[in-house]
Ligand binder design. Sequence first.
Ligand code: HEM
Length: 178
Amino acid sequence: MPLRNTSTSFGAIARAFHWAMALLIIVAIALIELAEFAPKGSALRRGMFNGHMQAGLVVLALVWFRLAWKLGNAEPAIVPAPAAWQRRAAHAAEWTFYALMVALPVLGVLMMQADGRAVALLGLSLPVLVGADEGLAHRLEDVHEWLGNALIVLIGLHVAATVWHGVVLRDNTLARMR
Ligand code: HEM
């Protein structure tokens, strides 16, 4: 398989970015959703919160490389070509994914710092961008949770659209990325 995209298929690098980041995002969401079932104050709960943050920060670190790779590569065509409204919807969804892959971790970092807690990625401390401010921390937490839930809905729509392309339209949407 070529490293770069071709006119009909995503290359190995784009596929690796897609599946690695999908996995990181699913792990981040699963850990934070399941953490509420772990006993309050337990090492397990702290570990799940920390795992959520680390996975989210790795997404933030990788998204710039993924974006650069996307902009430097051709987009493989869907055959047969979907209707114009479907192409517009797919592009809107794709750019919303990118916006959320940046906004969610950034909000997460700001929210922790506003709460007076230091944030580190794999042991490396991140620069402090906001001082402790309880009110701000709560507002950022609300936005982070709201956007996190919007991302879960978007992932659901993305998977449903892929199944629809494969089962109803029977085009090559999924095969381009498999
Ligand atoms: C891809 C990146 C991320 C995604 C998709 C994401 C998503 C989410 C979601 C879905 C929730 C739970 C919302 C709910 O309970 O309804 C959440 C909560 C949380 N996130 Fe993130 N997040 C990301 C990155 C981060 C980062 C980088 C940090 C911190 C450095 C962070 C810190 C937190 C914390 C502390 C909570 C729990 C808030 C609370 O209920 O006390 N997140 N996140």
